[in-house]
Ligand binder design. Structure first.
Ligand SMILES: Cc1cc2nc3c(=O)[nH]c(=O)nc-3n(C[C@H](O)[C@H](O)[C@H](O)COP(=O)(O)OP(=O)(O)OC[C@H]3O[C@@H](n4cnc5c(N)ncnc54)[C@H](O)[C@@H]3O)c2cc1C
Length: 486
């Protein structure tokens, strides 16, 4: 099947809806539910971009198995040009949401690609698992499915291991192996984009301990309408307001959910790993999946920073503050952030190397730098937008106000230097949704945590970054009292 259209995405979600619980109710049809339908439309619109005449070359590639045009994020990169072209594809999807839809499906597509190509890694434990992950990559690519994922355990008592809690199946664990497959029970956090077709439980790095922790080492996938699998969603941020009032929240609330596995059977052909702690902990690194995902992310964060910069400059132009030196300095800070992210992206592509599974993999060091840097700097970008917008972020009467009886007041007193009141309010509403609305608040938290705990990510970087060459250079310098010779 070729790359899907938006209509096909909507039809599948309508016919096979994920089991979403939201505000105490089961969402029977996410494509028409008032709190989810806009996000579904935005998701569908991304897929439609794959078919736009001027983008089809950017967005799709020929499938090596079916010959169909499939999404470019499924490409197996062999050259730097492949990576650059994939970046262009990521950027088109990222720009469509101004970088505010964290989980456009290309994020998980590259995960599945890297894992599928590293099928030997899974086969070393069990040949069937290698076949399964290879077939799953093909299945997701050929059906152009949208995936969610959930890596962490519920936040109950982090001083205890999963098996030490009052119920060993609070965290998702393996109950037993059956003739049909594996029986799993428990919950995982935190699936962004539950408005999707399937969930991938990819083996992640969180397991510490010995024999007693083996049931928690798991890798598998399931359709999101599997009996016993349900998503408990957080409160939606799409409050049913117009695009003018909530320009981002009314379009891109991808939702986040706790995933509950209520005694779910995973068929054997969907099992990729069980009971193997070391293999689970190493899976992201060894398959290269984390680097392909980080490469998608750096493109997304470039798009987001460009959108923040564009909004910031528009605000400054709208209220005539561009001549103040400190305002210019703040804009320069955003420009520097943007250029650092672009440089890290380029470096990851230029320094890419072929991994042992034959996949050209973006370089780790620049991507590690990007994923540690951006969570720290994003809050400053938000602050700059706040500082430059000030009360303009709050004095944003709604569309109903400017179209209502007192619209003339708004037209007079809220006009901008270079635009009408309506233009000014539409712009400031966007800045508001990027910074201080509930949608903006969730974005701030997302940036801090979506790729993992920033504290532990820095510890990991400390652990793996080779700086022995620099230490040796300093040692040699200190030991050599004869230089310079005169
Ligand atoms: C908006 C949002 C979307 C997300 N989307 C996804 C998703 O789609 N898929 C997914 O799998 N995950 C997702 N995540 C979850 C994300 O992976 C986790 O939030 C992150 O790994 C941190 O885990 P935690 O939330 O359980 O925090 P905790 O681990 O409970 O951390 C809480 C605090 O305790 C500290 N802490 C806890 N344990 C330790 C430790 N062992 N060592 C040092 N410090 C510790 C942390 O530093 C932190 O300050 C998302 C998170 C957010 C906020």
């Amino acid at each position: 099947m070729p790359a899907r259209t938006g209509r096909e995405v909507i039809d599948r979600l309508k016919n096979r809806p994920p089991t979403l619980w939201l505000d105490g109710e089961l969402v029977e049809d996410p494509t028409s539910h008032p709190r989810t339908r806009n996000a579904v439309r935005s998701l569908a619109a991304l897929y439609d971009l794959q078919h736009r005449d001027d983008l089809v070359e950017v967005m799709t590639v020929k499938s090596p198995s079916s010959g169909d045009s499939v999404g470019r994020s499924f490409v197996v990169p062999e050259s730097k040009d492949d990576l650059r072209k994939r970046s262009a594809m990521h950027k088109v999807w990222a720009d469509a949401s101004l970088g505010h839809m964290g989980r456009s499906p290309d994020y998980m597509n590259v995960n599945v690609m890297a894992a599928g190509m590293a099928s030997d890694y899974f086969a070393e434990a069990d040949e069937r698992f290698g076949e399964n992950i290879k077939n799953y990559f093909e299945y997701v690519r050929e059906n152009d499915l949208a995936l969610t994922h959930a890596l962490t355990n519920p936040q109950i008592d982090k001083s205890k291991q999963a098996n030490e809690l009052n119920d060993p199946y609070i965290a998702l664990g393996l109950v037993e192996e059956t003739a049909e497959g594996i029986l799993v029970r428990g919950a995982r956090m935190l699936a962004t984009l539950p408005l999707s077709d399937e969930i991938l439980i990819f083996p992640s790095t969180v397991i510490q301990g010995g024999e007693e922790m083996r049931p928690y080492a798991l890798g598998f996938s399931l359709p999101n309408d599997t009996p016993g699998l349900r998503f408990q969603c957080r409160e939606p941020l799409d409050q049913g307001r117009s695009h003018a009032d909530h320009p981002l929240g009314s379009r891109f609330d991808e939702l986040d959910a706790m995933v509950i596995f209520d005694d779910v059977i995973v068929p054997w052909n969907r099992v990729f790993l069980i009971r193997d702690i070391d293999r689970a902990n190493q899976a992201y690194a060894q398959t290269g999946a984390v680097l392909h995902m980080a490469h998608q992310v750096v493109n997304l964060k470039i798009a987001k920073t460009e959108a923040i910069l564009g909004t910031l400059q528009s605000v400054i132009d709208m209220i005539g503050t561009g001549n103040y030196p400190h305002v210019q300095e703040m804009v320069a800070e955003v420009i520097i952030t943007l250029e650092i992210m672009k440089a890290l992206k380029l470096a990851s592509e230029e320094e890419a190397t072929v991994n042992k599974y034959g996949v050209l993999t973006p370089a780790r060091a620049p991507l590690d730098a990007a994923r540690n840097y951006y969570p720290a700097v994003h809050k400053r970008l938000v602050e700059i937008l706040q500082l430059c917008s000030s009360s303009g972020l709050i004095m944003v009467p709604s569309e109903a106000d400017w179209e209502g009886d007192r619209g003339a007041d708004i037209g007079k007193f809220l006009q901008g230097k270079n635009g009408s009141a309506e233009e000014r309010l539409r712009l400031f509403r966007l800045a508001w949704d990027m910074t201080i609305s509930s949608f903006g608040g969730r974005q701030a938290l997302y940036e801090k945590f979506f790729f993992g705990d920033p504290v532990r990510m820095k510890h990991a970087l400390y652990g793996i970054y080779d700086r022995s060459e620099y230490v040796d250079r300093v040692k040699k310098f200190l030991a050599n009292n004869d230089w310079p010779e005169v």
